[in-house]
Design a protein around this ligand. Structure first.
Ligand code: PA5
Length: 465
């Protein structure tokens, strides 16, 4: 496995003091709890909602079919648009942004690895109409992704584009749509069968936020010319590391325990701060998986616990000049995770120029040195202010290391859910909003829900208008 380092020195009492740091004996004291959490996750690999653990180990033939489909899409289409939301969008967004050229969509076609790529995960009317100003639907492959096949946002986007494609292409429109959903049930599946769209199936036990290594992500990645085998190899190798018994050898178990220990001491905010623009949307991926999986009202025995840790996204170095002030001097309620990159894909020197004056100290260094020095300097400033932080250090950013990082985040979340004793895989809070939307838009069968919503609005007199 390529080097993947988890440096947690700055979490320890030796670095930041007894009050906010982890005593050296904490792991030993909690060893039974850690072992039970590990066992709970690993004994259920591939079972129930934990089918995601097996995604890196799929058949070679399946990957080859996806790769070939991706090649055909690349040959035929100028644009690839994902319609999806939450777990059906954030994985594709995070990985594509990590692995494509940072200005992918702006490159000329010959210079681009694949079609221009858009993930449309909102129903803002201005955004929907703006999309049509930059793509020609006839030259676009639309990948409609929803596990449930019922999500209103995604279905509305489908209807929006179907109308356009039907008018422009008639029967041939079906070549421009590919569907990723649960086979055999749901509105999207029924529409796909009726209209003859190609369908990629999602495993029953793969939940949205754990689905990036299923066709939810793999189909877009194949269309973009990314190396699926390498991505899955990175994920598989990380998966093996996450099965190790000793917490000191198991990065995700250690990451989960560090966070758990902090939560128990009032650190209710988890900041994710990569120091690489390519990893900016990994923070969005993290915020969803961490927030939606751990934020639960009740624990597994039904006791009210209001568990969870609020995830916050930040980007180094940009947010050093905004949020870091709060992190170093504000409330003692945060843990900061840095993601560092050892080897960037470009090396850019800061040149020596005549008359550099006070800027001369920067000359002949590289931006590579600068960004990593700033990461270490920020960690130092946090330690000085007694704020817990740890660093995930990647060798570089490529398919393999991105596979490692995704699997690390998924296992870290699963172990944290087990430590907190909550149901990592449900999302009743999200479902409630979905159902209320159906009711408000008049979906048959939701009449009672509409009455409930109307009766909840009794505070009209407290509106400032
Ligand atoms: O993680 C989850 O389960 C959610 O965030 C879903 O991905 C999101 O609500 C979209 O659901 P669906 O894929 O069914 O459209």
């Amino acid at each position: 496995m390529k080097h993947f380092q988890l440096d947690y020195n700055n979490m320890m009492a030796a670095a930041i003091g007894q009050k906010d740091g982890m005593p050296a004996g904490a792991i030993h004291k909690d060893k039974a709890l850690i072992a039970a959490a590990r066992a709970k996750v690993l004994e259920n690999r591939g079972k129930g909602w934990q089918e995601w653990t097996e995604l890196p180990f799929v058949d070679k033939a399946y990957i080859e079919e996806l790769t070939e489909t991706g090649r055909l899409i690349r040959r035929k289409f100028d644009n690839f648009v994902v319609f999806g939301i939450g777990g059906s969008a954030l994985g594709p967004l995070a990985v594509a942004n990590a692995l494509l050229h940072l200005r992918h969509n702006e490159l000329r076609p010959g210079k681009r690895k694949g079609p221009r790529f858009y993930v449309e995960d909102n129903v803002d009317p201005e955004r929907m109409s703006a999309l049509l100003d930059i793509i020609d639907p006839a030259d676009t492959m639309f990948n409609v992704i929803t596990k449930s096949g019922e999500t209103g946002e995604t279905l509305s986007q489908l209807l929006f584009v179907l109308d356009i494609l039907d008018k422009a292409l008639g029967d041939k429109a079906k070549e421009n749509i590919v569907v990723t959903t649960t086979v055999g049930k749901g509105t999207l599946y029924n529409i796909a069968v009726e209209r003859g769209y190609k369908v990629y199936g999602l495993g029953k036990g793969v939940g949205g936020r754990f689905s990036v290594l299923s066709p939810v992500g793999l189909l877009p990645f194949a269309a973009l010319g990314l190396n699926l085998k390498k991505l899955l190899r990175g994920a598989a190798d990380m998966s093996k590391a996450c099965c190790k018994t000793g917490v000191r050898f198991n990065p995700a178990l250690m990451g989960a325990y560090l966070q758990y220990h902090s939560i128990k001491r009032g650190k209710n905010i988890s900041v994710m701060m990569p120091y690489a623009d390519s990893l900016k949307f990994m923070s969005d991926f993290y915020c969803q998986i961490w927030g939606e999986s751990l934020g639960k009202a009740a624990d597994n025995s039904g006791k009210t616990v209001y568990a969870g840790q609020t995830p916050v996204k930040a980007l180094g170095v940009t947010d050093q000049h905004s949020q870091i002030q709060l992190y170093t001097e504000g409330p003692f309620d945060k843990v900061i995770t840095f993601i560092g990159v050892r080897n960037f894909r470009a090396e850019v020197k800061i040149p020596a120029v005549k008359g550099a004056g006070g800027a001369a100290f920067l000359q002949n260094h590289t931006f590579n040195e600068l960004i990593n020095a700033e990461r270490e300097a920020t960690a130092f400033a946090l330690v000085k202010a007694k704020r817990p932080n740890f660093t995930v250090l990647l060798d570089g950013v490529d398919e393999y290391t991105v596979g490692q990082l995704l699997m690390f985040m998924m296992y870290q979340t699963a172990f944290a859910g087990a430590l907190l004793d909550v149901d990592t895989y449900n999302q009743p809070g999200v479902e409630e909003g979905k159902l209320a939307t159906f009711a408000m838009l008049g979906r048959p069968g939701y009449e009672e829900k509409l009455k409930e919503i109307k009766s909840a609005y009794h505070n009209e007199k407290f509106i400032v208008d």
